[in-house]
Design a protein around this ligand. Structure first.
Ligand code: HEC
Length: 131
């Protein structure tokens, strides 16, 4: 009895810290993606493909121009980021490719709906053109 009363607050603060770090958690991107070379050239055909896929799969949350202001954004309860910033664009292509592939929390992973790597690289190429 004494022991459980003593440990209860510790247990609760542990749970609180856990859920806090999950909410605010950064993406954990495996090292191999950080140095992965984008195999798809940033040309008109890739960017156009990315644009079509973006309109179909991403725009509802991320918004027309990547500001995170799509019609579904408000119901997410978390920011989906801003694709037009320097910070966003400075991330390696492989990191963005990983994020699109696996997703995290409210962000769905697109490895299954878009199994062709070429499609997800096209999305990366398109996102980097957003202004
Ligand atoms: C259901 C809403 C939703 C859809 C649809 C969605 N996303 Fe996201 N996305 C999010 C949320 C929410 C986050 C933030 C996740 C986090 O940090 O926990 C996010 C984060 C991201 C990030 C990381 C942003 C950053 O600042 O580093 C990228 C890249 C991304 N999404 C790309 C896409 C692409 C590409 C598509 C379409 C193929 C897509 N998302 C579809 C909700 C969505």
């Amino acid at each position: 009895m004494f022991i459980s009363l003593f440990f209860l607050p510790i247990l609760f603060s542990f749970i609180a810290i856990q859920s806090y770090s999950q909410d605010k958690g950064k993406w954990v991107v495996p090292a191999e993606y950080k140095t992965m070379k984008n195999p798809v050239a940033v040309d008109a055909s890739s960017v156009d493909l990315g644009k079509d896929l973006y309109a179909k799969y991403c725009k509802a949350c991320h918004g027309k121009t990547g500001l995170g202001d799509g019609p579904k954004a408000a119901s997410l309860g978390v920011s989906s980021g801003n694709f037009t910033t320097k910070e966003f664009k400075s991330q390696p292509d492989g990191v963005l490719f990983y994020m699109v592939t696996t997703g995290k929390d409210k962000m769905p992973g697109f490895g299954k709906p878009l199994p062709e790597d070429n499609d997800r690289w096209a999305l990366v190429n398109y996102m980097k053109t957003l202004k």
